[in-house]
Design a protein around this ligand. Structure first.
Ligand code: SF4
Ligand code: SF4
Length: 195
């Protein structure tokens, strides 16, 4: 009898709505704050936001960020202020996408895209350099040959920044407390938590 009740379970499943899709041709929409591979952002005037302070590297629990800052030249500064990120690397063989680096960054320089579909054939590709992480002249992530981009993964790169407040305080709802980004300007705040 137990055998037939087992068939009954299978039979019931056959009429339930299907949750599997035709991946990768069809992809589910990702949550607004989904954590994918990083980008290094620039201000609207093209200046780099990273000031080489190394806070992201210090807070990273996986120890996968390497930063070396350098002084800006007064004649051709790379970022506003005294210093910029001269060397910046993230090792994706170690990153756990916890976003602690994003939280620690004082200038919103490092944020995450929604892209998680990438694999490497060698170690050098897995270590993203500053050149690879820095957004292009439209403020978009630079797509690497080993990454699967099907569209939309870099639309909300600063989603975490658009939270109404990090502590969830409803008093901050709708307030914009972040700087403009190259290609996007000042992004709209997320929908408030009261909705
Ligand atoms: S997401 Fe987490 S593990 Fe990855 S680089 Fe940032 S702090 Fe390190
Ligand atoms: S990404 Fe942010 S936290 Fe990391 S070195 Fe640059 S400015 Fe500092």
């Amino acid at each position: 009898m137990a055998r037939f009740s087992g068939f009954g379970v299978t039979f019931k499943q056959m009429f339930k709505p299907r949750i599997t899709g035709f991946y990768p041709k069809e992809k589910r929409e990702k949550p607004e704050r989904f954590h994918g591979r990083h980008v290094l952002n620039r201000y609207e005037d093209g200046m780099e936001k990273c000031i080489g302070c190394e806070l992201c590297a210090g807070v990273c629990p996986a120890k996968c960020i390497y930063v070396r800052g350098a002084d800006n030249s007064p004649d051709s500064p790379v970022s506003p202020g005294e210093r910029f990120g001269f060397v910046y690397e993230i090792n994706y063989l170690r990153c756990i996408h916890c976003d602690m680096c994003v939280e620690a960054c004082p200038t919103e320089a490092i944020t995450e895209t929604k892209l998680f579909e990438f694999s490497f054939a060698n170690r050098a590709d897995a270590i993203y350099t500053k050149e690879e992480l820095l957004v292009d002249d439209e403020g978009r992530a630079k797509r690497q040959p080993w990454e699967l981009w099907l569209g939309g993964e870099d639309d909300k790169t600063s989603a975490w920044m658009r939270a109404t407040s990090s502590s969830g305080d409803a008093d901050y709802e709708g307030r914009v407390n972040w700087s403009g980004e190259l290609g996007f300007g000042v992004r709209e705040p997320e929908q408030g938590q009261s909705l």
